[in-house]
Design a binder for this molecule. Structure first.
Ligand code: SF4
Length: 397
């Protein structure tokens, strides 16, 4: 069975409002059908509101439309994200006045309102789910689609897999799982050799603490150029392995499932905003060049299907080569290599489809989808636009 994914492209067939993305977004929300949201339901709109100067998050314009659509159901929407992003959201234009509903820290004001859930995955026995999200009656998983240094891509799965948990779980347990499978042999490595390995890395992704004789690879920055492995020839104390990166992808699927399991299936809605797609995630807190053409907005009841469809659309668009940040090294542009744009930019082991595969195995949804385009450019090109007047009431004329 394939799942329905509704898609509105930024491109439009007529230069009129009825054919534009705002109108398409309203129709996607209609198709998602919020009728399962009951009167007085507390509806969590899980977003990432960005950090510092990172303004390439979801435009308030769409947030407001979503909030108004939820209010029509009689439910009470609120936006939620980690406390830091909530506290300074005003700097990027998100306030109760602009969005139309309260903005509440996902795990309380000190990131300490949480529920412990058992997971037993690679040395992690439990995770702390963010209490505010946990208490909501309905979930609108409203994500900005963009790259991510550890897994290649962040969309609706990552939005709740990381964003649905208190800080220590997010940072130490879920991000930290990449270090669970051993990739460095301390006994085979002298301090001098460890320093040689540090020097060999063009992006400074290898850290060595001589006092503890401890070496760590910052996988977020590692692009798998394998220069360190060349430097390790004859010693063989270091490996750059797929399983370390896959552990993060698998844990994301597990964590996202934990969040989804607290909701009635009928009350879960997923939206990926595939605009301003950058190589790294919104946590970077700074503007970055967009690395692929603007795509549009996707909506689905199926978290797996929407993620697969979003990744496929990005793959189809490919990379805007002139926008590749110069600090990214080892970018793979060879068209003969079958790599997703995020693998080309961030390293071949950062396959963004992995999390989709893990999520499908956990029966969170289906990667088979039917893409239903809303008001396609071809369709609107043939349509007669309604009469429009510019600068209607109120006006100073
Ligand atoms: S593979 Fe390349 S980027 Fe990764 S740690 Fe080794 S040298 Fe650094």
């Amino acid at each position: 069975m394939s799942s329905k994914v509704y898609f509105g492209s930024l491109q439009h067939g007529k230069g009129n409002r009825f054919a534009s993305l705002g109108a398409k977004f309203e129709e996607i929300l209609e198709k998602l059908d919020f009728s399962s949201i009951e009167k007085k339901d507390k509806v969590a709109i899980k977003m990432h509101l960005g950090f510092n100067d990172g303004y390439q998050t979801i435009p308030v314009f769409f947030v407001r439309k979503l909030v108004e659509a939820v209010k029509k159901t009689g439910g009470y929407p609120f936006i939620t994200d980690n406390p830091t992003a909530v506290y300074n959201a005003v700097n990027r234009g998100y306030t109760e006045e602009t969005c139309g509903c309260p903005i509440i820290p996902v795990a309380g004001v000190k990131d300490g309102y949480k529920y412990s859930k058992e997971v037993n995955f690679k040395g992690v026995d439990s995770v702390d789910m963010a209490g505010v999200l946990h208490d909501a009656d309905a979930l609108i998983n409203f994500a900005h689609a963009k790259g991510h240094g550890l897994c290649g891509f962040g969309g609706v799965i990552k939005n709740i897999a990381l964003g649905g948990f208190a800080a220590k779980t997010r940072w130490n347990k879920i991000h930290g799982v990449v270090h669970y499978d051993k990739y460095w042999d301390a006994d085979k490595c002298t301090p001098e050799h460890a320093k040689k390995l540090v020097e060999s890395c063009p992006v400074k992704a290898i850290n060595y603490k001589e006092d503890k004789h401890e070496l760590r690879v910052a996988f977020y920055n590692c692009n798998q150029c394998m220069e360190c492995i060349k430097a390790d020839e004859g010693v063989g104390c270091l490996e750059i392995k797929q399983e370390n990166l896959d552990a993060f992808q698998e844990f994301m699927a597990i964590a996202a499932k934990q969040v989804l399991d607290t909701f009635d299936k009928k009350k879960i809605f997923n939206i990926n905003v595939a605009l301003q797609i950058t190589a790294f995630c919104d946590c970077m807190g700074m503007p970055m060049p967009i690395i692929t053409n603007e795509i549009g907005i996707l909506g689905s009841k199926d978290i797996v299907a929407i993620e697969q469809a979003t990744l496929d659309l990005i793959k189809k668009e490919g990379i805007l080569e002139s926008s590749i940040p110069p600090f990214l090294k080892n970018v793979q542009l060879d068209p003969k290599l079958d790599l997703h744009p995020f693998q080309r930019l961030l390293g071949p082991m950062k396959d963004p489809y992995k999390v989709v595969e893990y999520a499908e195995k956990l029966e969170m949804g289906s990667s088979k989808y039917e893409l239903i385009e809303i008001l396609s450019p071809e369709e609107t090109a043939k349509m007669e636009p309604p009469k429009e007047r510019y600068e209607t009431e109120p006006t100073f004329f």
